[in-house]
Design a protein. Structure first.
Length: 87
């Protein structure tokens, strides 16, 4: 169920900061996610930050983060879509 403001269509894509390799991130245009399962919600991010835990792979101190991984789980925004049976 989409919850955008009246007359406001949600975009088909979003910008995301993605890990490329140690000391390199890139802003990519990605398809916007969809809420398809119960309990899911899509949040339009208004402000985001890279968390301290994101800095470990960025600095190369932690291995295993695949290139293209979206970073930045610290954010503020508005719920714009929810999955079925999400209240």
């Amino acid at each position: 169920r989409t919850m955008a403001a009246a007359g406001e269509a949600l975009p088909e894509s979003m910008r995301a900061v993605c890990f490329e390799r140690p000391l390199e991130v890139a802003v990519r245009e990605l398809p916007r996610p969809r809420a398809t399962a119960p309990g899911e919600a899509i949040v339009r991010v208004d402000v985001a930050a890279i968390c301290g835990s994101d800095l470990h792979p960025y600095r190369g101190a932690e291995k295993g983060l695949a290139p293209g991984t979206v970073m930045g789980h610290e954010f503020v925004g508005h719920v714009v879509e929810v999955g079925p049976d999400t209240h």
